[in-house]
Structures are given as structure tokens and as C-alpha cells.
Design a protein around this ligand. Sequence first.
Ligand SMILES: Cc1cc2nc3c(=O)[nH]c(=O)nc-3n(C[C@H](O)[C@H](O)[C@H](O)COP(=O)(O)OP(=O)(O)OC[C@H]3O[C@@H](n4cnc5c(N)ncnc54)[C@H](O)[C@@H]3O)c2cc1C
Length: 394
Amino acid sequence: MASSDSSKTYDLLVIGAGILGIFHAYHALKRGFTVALIEQNKMPRSASTRNFGQIVPSGMNSQWQAYGRRSLEIYKELQSATDISLRPQGSIYVASDQEELGLLEELSVRNKEQEYPSQLLTRQSCLQGWPALQPNYCKGGLFFRQEVSLDARVAAHRIIGLMEEQMGLDFFPARTVIEADSGGRLVALRAADGSRFSGMQAVVCNGSDFQKLFPDIFRQSDLQVTKLHMLRTAPQPSQRIRSNILTGRSIRRYESFRECPSYTAVKAKEPTDSYAMRYGIHILLTQNEDGSVVLGDSHEYADAKNQDELGYEIDNRINRFMMEEAMQIFKLQSWKIDSAWYGIYSQCKDQDIFRHSVDERMHIVTGIGGKGMTASPGFAEAQIEQLLNCAHTH
Ligand SMILES: Cc1cc2nc3c(=O)[nH]c(=O)nc-3n(C[C@H](O)[C@H](O)[C@H](O)COP(=O)(O)OP(=O)(O)OC[C@H]3O[C@@H](n4cnc5c(N)ncnc54)[C@H](O)[C@@H]3O)c2cc1C
């Protein structure tokens, strides 16, 4: 942790140490720029620490899959420098009926065209490789061997630590930036505790916090927030689950499948009034190193300007529904739930991400939606290249 030094002028100030902010800082440091990363909490604790940690480019549309694939390389590179909790275990999508199986087959064809390796698996191979799957549920699968998972409780913190120790990052936790002025030759920031920062450029990666900086810009945007319910089991006594598991409703939901020829027809047949639909529930599962299993999730939405409408409660009816669904899909040794929480991320209604330059020095990047853990390292690399190249030509 750095102590704030108002006399220093950084090449880049990054506000918000979620995964997007972290990787903007990372790529700027890699290019030799000086960076201050400023976070309002003692350590990040928002969406970037509350998720499954599934790094799954397989779920993304073609444009974002490319960022996700680059992210896999970056995460693997980081893991070779220090333990960021990466587990190279792959991801499997499990179909529960013929329509979902058809979508898996179509995606595997697209993957071949895009040279992204995937392997179609028969029902029998799935049950052999993943004995936790319920035989009545599983009709076949598609496996992505190269994909990974992270333990979201620790990954962001460890990457920050690595950047401080090995890359010269100045990290300023517990500083809520409440004023940002880029009207002069430099960007000037002031935090609630009185700390001041100055830099040539600033990137605001505020996640779903729309109150402190530029509230008018966010109020007029098409940003919305999404609340997701999550559960974690006690460590499984001896059961080990080989990979990220994504199931039928994920196949019907994820963007990669929207590019498949039969997607529209499959969706047209779905009931629109089920409980699962109302709360956007699909079942994903990832096992952590300690044997605990992260299970989720649900989706409830509100406009950024009406964020309070989401409420602060954990709804046990949603959690029970997710558990009952999950039990139809997997056999876990223990269904004892150690922890329940919700996470919130922001996303745009009509775009893949929210990018807005207040002026040539101050840039807002947020609203990456449900793909942030997967896409941020690759996406931020492209952003930094563009941003710092532009800055140097001015
Ligand atoms: C339950 C859940 C499960 C998910 N699962 C996955 C998954 O498996 N795979 C995947 O790819 N993605 C997943 N996602 C999506 C992913 O977690 C998000 O896309 C990503 O974490 C967003 O990162 P962010 O940096 O934009 O936002 P955040 O993580 O919200 O970080 C923003 C940071 O900015 C700080 N901040 C804001 N304003 C200020 C200020 N004024 N001053 C200082 N600091 C400030 C906040 O404190 C916060 O730390 C999931 C999300 C959730 C909620």
C-alpha cells in the first residue's frame, strides 16, 4: 500500500480496483507507465470478488471471445509469476435436452471456424468424466479444456499484491474519490479523506457505484444494474469436480449461443412466465481449491438511476429454487451451505460496455456486465494501447 504523495504526477490514475481497474493498471505498468490505483474500500469487495471466477470465453460472442482468449493467456502468465488461485481445469456445458444438444453441436462448428478448441462429449463420456452429474439430466456436453477458474475471494487481491511487489504499482486503498477535475493541464483528484492525486490521464472503473463521480452522466446513460444471488457449500469431504460446469439454461442464455443458427427457434418455444425466467435463474457450479462449491445464479435488474429498487435482501425463495434445480443436475456429497451473498454488476442495455470520455484526459469505462472476469484482462489491454497512444500523440 502506498502513502499518497501529492507532489507526484502519474502517467495514469485508475479509480476503482475491481477487475477492470486492475487490468487497466496492469497494462499501463507493463508498458512502463507510472500508475496509481485508487480504491474506496480497504480491498476490493464488489462484483470482482463475489463471482464464480469462471474464465469462460466459450460463453461470449465472437468479438468478446477474442478478448476472453487473450485474458486466458494473461491469467496463465500471471499464475506463472505467483499463485493468483488459477485452476486450469476447463469448462463443460451440459445439455439437458435435444435442443440444447443441438446448440452445443452448432457452437462446436463455430468454434472450429474460429480455431477455439472444444470437444463434443456423449452422455456416457460426460457421466464418466463428471460422475457428479445426474444421469437423468445429462444428454451430452461440450468441453473447453483450455479454460480456467479463479477463486474470486482472493484473485483480485493477489493480482494487486503482485503489481505492487513486482511492477511498481502505487495502490491507495480506503480512498473514495469524490472530486475529479481534468480542466487544466493535468487531472486532479481529491478523495474523501483529503488525499490528492495528479496524473496525465485518468480512467474511472467504478463498477456499479454511480453516486460519487459524474452522477449526471450515469443518470442519462442506458446503464442498468443486475443483482445476482450466490451460494457456497461447505468443502466437499472427498468429491472433486473436474471443471467449471455450465448447464442447460446457460446454453439458452449465453451470448455465444445467440450466434448459432437454431438459437432463435429454440428461444421462441420457451415459456416466458416461469419462476426461473422471472428471476433469470440458470445453474453454474465451480469448485474452489478448498473443496467448497460455488453455486448460482439469478438476475434481477434496475436502471442505474433507480438502483435502490433492487433491494438489499437475500431472498431465500430464490436460493431454495437454485438449490432444488442444482440437485436435479448434480449429486454433491454435501449440500450444507456455508455462505449466501449477492453481487451486483453494471451493464448497458444497448451496448457491450459503457465508455465515455469526459474530455481528452478523463475516461469512464464500466458496465462490462457478466463477462468482466473473463474479458477484462484482454479488453483493458486494447483500451490502454488506444488511450496511451492517443495521449502521446497529443
Ligand atoms: C455474482 C456474480 C457472478 C459473476 N460471475 C462471473 C464469472 O464467473 N465470470 C465472469 O467473467 N464474470 C462474472 N461476473 C461478472 C464480473 O464479476 C464483473 O463483470 C466484474 O467484476 C466487474 O468489474 P468492475 O471492475 O467493472 O466492477 P467492480 O468489481 O464493481 O469494481 C469497481 C470498484 O470501483 C470502486 N469504486 C467505485 N467508485 C469509486 C470511487 N469514487 N473511488 C474509489 N473507488 C471506487 C469500488 O469500490 C469497486 O471496488 C459475475 C458477477 C457477479 C456479481
